[in-house]
Design a protein around this ligand. Structure first.
Ligand code: ADP
Length: 313
């Protein structure tokens, strides 16, 4: 099957234990956990058995080395990850509130994440799927590299998958919004959450937004509904996938794990419905585990989870 590649920020994340403590200084954080939306995605696609590669930059420090080691252990080709000796690896802090909302502080500017570079010659041979996580588009340097990669992959006849996870704190820029709109129009597979639809297609209802996506290049849409499960749409088929009943501990990374599972399986010829069913399970497993990439799961864990028949019918 095709090789799935992704590019963007590699960072470590610290997670607040105490719900509702906000981002004041407390000693109740755990971490560092490996993170970065495109990295979580590619890790999970690799765990599904797909051929994968990643482009990014880390600092010459323990955070960076452990990020690269983790991706390599999980089967990602890390030869596209470089080390910048003059910068440190990026970090993020996340806090949760009782109402389920969360606050992030990202430290990406001037970190190694921004030293990313890309050349079309770096692309592996053969058929390609490039996954874009919209979270990466907020930072101008990351955005430029990702836009170049999209152009290079399309020029090679490859496909684009996109998680338009438009986090407002990362998308202050009009240029970011513009780049996202253009990538969405070029995408073969789109995996928005319901809240992304409002950002991408203001004023349109869900059905009209889906029509709009299908009228561009999208052949496959996976609509992520959080605790309500997911809906898959392709070529006149529609599957509503019922959610699993789980206790939410740390929702960060569930969307990336969902997308990594879905694209990773589609790339290996798994059917739309089966890939979606497994992605829905992977997303549910992810929210029960603390740490964004720690939520990723193996095919065996997904099998066992599905066998437990814990769906909310
Ligand atoms: P994002 O992080 O992109 O907003 P979601 O929160 O929608 O993504 O989660 C992605 C997928 O993970 C959902 O579509 C669903 O399949 C699964 N999922 C997420 N949260 C839950 C939950 N609380 N219970 C069950 N499944 C969930």
């Amino acid at each position: 099957g095709p090789t799935i590649i992704s590019a963007g920020e590699l960072l470590v994340e610290f997670v607040s234990h105490r719900k509702g403590c906000g981002l004041e200084v407390v000693s109740e954080y755990s971490g560092p956990y490996p993170s970065g939306a495109p990295a979580i995605f590619i890790d999970q696609a690799a765990r599904m058995g797909a051929a994968t590669g990643f482009y990014g930059t880390v600092g010459d420090d323990g955070f960076g080395r452990s990020l690269v080691a983790r991706l390599r252990e999980d089967g990602v080709d890390t030869s596209g990850i470089s080390t910048d000796p003059d910068r440190t690896t990026g970090t993020a802090f996340v806090s949760y509130y009782e109402d389920g909302s969360r606050t992030f502080i990202f430290h990406l500017k001037d970190t190694a994440a921004e030293a990313i570079s890309f050349s079309a010659e770096d692309l592996p041979d053969g058929e390609l799927i490039l996954h874009v996580s919209a979270a990466s588009l907020g930072a101008p340097k990351l955005r430029n590299v990702i836009v170049q990669a999209v152009e290079a992959v399309l020029a090679r006849g490859g496909r684009i998958s996109c998680d338009p996870n438009a986090r407002p704190e990362l998308m202050r820029d009009d240029a970011a919004r513009q780049a996202l709109q253009e990538i969405v129009e070029q995408s073969w597979c789109l995996m928005p959450s319901t809240s992304d639809l409002g950002y991408l297609f203001p004023g349109l209802g869900e059905a009209a937004a889906i029509e709009r996506m299908l009228s561009a290049k999208a052949e496959i849409i996976a609509l992520k509904r959080g605790a309500e499960g997911a809906t898959l749409i392709s070529q006149g088929q529609r599957f509503d996938i019922a959610p699993h009943k789980v206790e939410e501990l740390d929702p960060t990374g569930a969307g990336d794990g969902f997308c990594g599972t879905f694209v990773g399986l589609l790339a290996q010829g798994v059917s739309l419905e089966e890939a979606g069913r497994r992605a829905n399970a992977a997303g549910a497993i992810a929210v029960t585990r603390r740490g964004p990439m720690e939520g990723n799961s193996s095919p065996e864990e997904i099998d066992a989870f599905l066998a437990a028949e814990n769906t909310r019918a």
